[in-house]
Design a protein around this ligand. Structure first.
Ligand SMILES: [Zn+2]
Length: 93
């Protein structure tokens, strides 16, 4: 039995459950539940913008990793020695 993944939320569909949706253009879409089917076909939602989908979670993880990477880079820039010379010329004059 070939395991299928829900086209919307990305979870694995147990054999014998779910629904196969065939669009008029011939594209075959697997849905695990009515919730996913309605979200994609009626509400026309994009999986990467819906918080409970796997695609969103993956994007979130990638974004988090890149943010952490950027933070590390900025820390390296901050840790570089900064010249702390104080100009006392104005005070002496
Ligand atoms: Zn689903």
């Amino acid at each position: 039995m070939v395991s299928r993944e829900c086209s919307f939320c990305g979870t694995e569909i147990e054999p014998g459950t779910g629904m196969v949706y065939i669009r008029r253009d011939g594209a075959i879409i697997n849905f695990c539940s009515k919730k996913c089917r309605v979200n994609q076909t009626k509400l026309k939602r994009v999986p990467r913008k819906v918080k409970w989908t796997r695609e969103y979670q993956n994007l979130k993880a990638i974004r988090k990793a890149s943010e952490a990477h950027n933070l590390e880079q900025s820390k390296q820039v901050e840790s570089e020695p900064v010249s702390t010379e104080v100009n006392n010329q104005e005070g002496s004059q």
